[in-house]
Write a protein that binds this ligand. Structure first.
Ligand code: RAT
Ligand code: ZN
Length: 416
């Protein structure tokens, strides 16, 4: 006999409740430990000048790019508010996100009163506000993106501070791998005996640099974003550094190396941070890395929708590969739904379906609320399909599975 639809409804409600109440480890964000002061962005103006919204607003404004960039943050935020929320309905995912966040904070969005919103945010105290946002998103732990090449961030690490235990670090190394010739003099300036040519000595100095920052940050993984034409193997500095410095370093410290292929940087430089685009990657490179270096662990997320299926298949072949998140242009309901289904159907629970990529603290509220709804629905549907076979899942089993999706599987992969 087929299980009744009442039983399926019951399981859907149960899954949704568990998804709601399970604390999340957010494994990739651009947020900072509060000790970084102003580098941790929050509040209505930062929500509005988020680069996802900047890109959308230029489509509705005639203003020259340079004039916009010449405005203060407050004025830019006002222009975006007017273009995307007042002159048109805020339908896009990034616009809707601002409203979900404000609504969750109990602010009245229908009044469309930017001044009142600013006043409310001005009354918040950073530390209490971090706790509030994490509570509303039910996020227990946030992984930052930490670059020693960032001139604002580096001095804070160098000076030292008491870590907020809710914030983990990840060592981001894009300049090291993607523009070695420009990065080498920088390393030399910091006292590493490197030359532009990748001699043995230079490689061992690069490893010293990686060790220094891994330990200083207590980094959980190393990370790079890659252009669609990234190729491994190939005879170039990037690959030599990966093979002889990054991967041996990751093996020594038992750290995963996270690869994010598919970003075309500065497709329209006039848009600044909002000017990056997407391209299809050749995932043979990732396959080659996983098979050539079985002692290394790789985390991966891809930017192109068309790469998602192949990525799932790769993860079926290589257990040293853990796939995660619906990154950036993938982080829209339609594609989260599709990608989560693909992953659950091809891999089961051995993956991390989402990270927030939040750049502004308050965004964790909407990014997680929107994603949890979709992940919960897809998961409930899958348990419903199991019910049709006569299999029954207990509450404890659902909780175990959801724990895995929201950080447990990632933690296990890292500690392996
Ligand atoms: O999602 C974003 O905000 C992008 O600008 C990037 O930062 C991307 O997530 C990355 O980590 O490179
Ligand atoms: Zn990111």
């Amino acid at each position: 006999m087929k299980p009744s639809s009442a039983k399926k409804k019951q399981i859907t409600a149960q899954v949704q409740a568990i998804v709601e109440s399970t604390p999340i480890t957010d494994i990739h964000t651009h947020l900072y430990d509060p000790a970084f002061g102003k580098l941790l962005l929050w509040g209505i103006d930062d929500l509005l000048v988020y680069h996802y919204l900047v890109a959308e607003s230029f489509r509705q404004m005639d203003m020259p790019f340079q004039d916009f960039w010449g405005l203060s943050k407050t004025d830019q935020a006002s222009m975006i508010w007017d273009a995307l929320f007042i002159q048109h309905s805020p339908i896009s995912e990034a616009c809707r996100g601002v409203l979900t966040t404000l609504h969750a904070l109990d602010l009245d969005v229908k009044k469309r009163d930017l001044r009142a919103l600013r006043k409310w945010f001005a009354g918040q105290k950073p530390n209490a506000y971090i706790t509030k946002c994490m509570k509303l998103a039910n996020v227990k732990s946030i992984c930052m993106t930490n670059s020693p090449f960032d001139d604002l961030e580096r001095p804070v690490w160098e000076e030292g501070f008491n870590r907020d235990p809710r914030f983990m670090a990840a060592l981001r190394i894009d300049p090291l791998l993607l523009s070695w010739k420009e990065t080498a003099p920088q390393l030399a300036q910091w006292g590493y005996e490197v030359t532009p040519a990748l001699s043995q000595k230079t490689i061992s100095e690069v490893r010293k640099f990686l060790a220094h920052w891994t330990l200083k940050l207590q980094a959980r993984y190393l990370m790079v974003s890659l252009p669609p034409d990234f190729n491994f193997p190939a005879d170039n500095d990037c690959n030599r550094l990966i093979e002889h410095a990054i991967l041996p370093h990751c093996r020594e410290y038992n750290l995963p190396f996270a690869l994010m292929p598919g970003v075309r940087r500065a497709v329209n430089p006039q848009l600044k941070l909002a000017g990056d685009g997407v391209g299809l990657s050749n995932l043979n490179s990732l396959s080659n890395l996983c098979s050539t270096f079985p002692e290394n662990k790789f985390l991966a997320t891809v930017l192109a929708r068309e790469n998602q299926h192949e990525l799932c298949i790769l993860a079926r072949k290589f257990r040293n590969l853990h796939i995660f998140g619906c990154w950036w242009f993938m982080n829209v309901p339609e594609l989260i739904d599709e990608t989560t289904r693909l992953r659950l159907e091809l891999l089961g629970l051995s993956m991390t379906p989402q990270h927030s990529d939040a750049r502004v603290l308050d965004q964790i509220i909407y990014k997680w609320r929107h994603s949890k709804k979709i992940i919960g629905n897809v998961l409930a549907e899958k348990y419903g399909d199991l019910l049709d076979t006569g299999w029954q899942v207990s509450r404890a089993e659902i909780q175990r599975d959801v724990n895995d999706l929201f950080g447990g599987a990632f933690e296990r992969f890292c500690s392996r």
